[in-house]
Design a protein around this ligand. Sequence first.
Ligand SMILES: Cc1cc2nc3c(=O)[nH]c(=O)nc-3n(C[C@H](O)[C@H](O)[C@H](O)COP(=O)(O)O)c2cc1C
Length: 269
Amino acid sequence: MPTTSSQLLQARYRRDMEPPAQWNDVLTTLLSHRSVRSYLPAPLPAGTLETIVAAAQSAPSSSNLQTWSVVAVEDADRKARLAELAGGQKHVRAAPLFLVWLADLARLEDIARRQGVDAAALGHLEYFILSVVDTALAAQNALTALESLGMGGVFIGGIRNHPEKVAAELRLPSHVLPVFGLCVGYPDKAVATDVKPRLPQQAVLHHESYSAENAAPAIAAYDVSMRAFQREQAMEPIDWSRQAAGRIERLGSRVRMAEAVRNLGFPLR
Ligand SMILES: Cc1cc2nc3c(=O)[nH]c(=O)nc-3n(C[C@H](O)[C@H](O)[C@H](O)COP(=O)(O)O)c2cc1C
């Protein structure tokens, strides 16, 4: 298990990196991230949920409008139904806690009505983007917080396979969209997980202006790193670029996302 800064950077990029100029425990937590899909059945200590939500609420929020909410699901039957809606993902059922992160404009809609203000602007794409961004920032803070406490988790975009059914299951009002879920639990150490490599920085980091020049060699190098990772994890080897292309080809039920989002009260004007 990589623990030093050099080991963590090596694991993330699968190449020797310059020793970092600065380092601390926050960076250790961030660079140690790996999605965890196998959990001990043990419930989480009392107060964990509230601590995680405090971390989430500490994320920046556009104009401090705080346009998100989260539903904490612990009921086994409800988790099982959500697991099915997410494409039969067993880890949703197995996790002691499943958090559903919501882009929530219902609160602002209500405030506008009480203040006697026209709420039409909330129907614009801008507010949709704003609330989805707020939601993602909050949820990522929650994930980092729980990882720093020795727990593990994985985001579940699968709940967007059937947004309206998830909304019905959670009794969401109009103007509230389930964006993704987050399984939370203590990792089952019997199931090994490892740090998944990322694209070389040459592919994602641009100086002063965007340049696609380095993308192709960086992606080719990443295909090699990911194949090594897959071999170690006893996974079917496939180039990451092939896998990415496959995802683009097969959007599945999410081709109707714009319709689903509109049905849930976001006109996207
Ligand atoms: C918004 C979002 C949705 C995701 N949805 C799923 C999902 O439905 N099921 C799953 O097993 N993993 C899901 N993941 C986890 C990614 O597959 C994972 O983060 C990625 O492969 C990188 O691996 P790592 O998190 O271990 O570094 C999701 C991640 C994000 C950010």
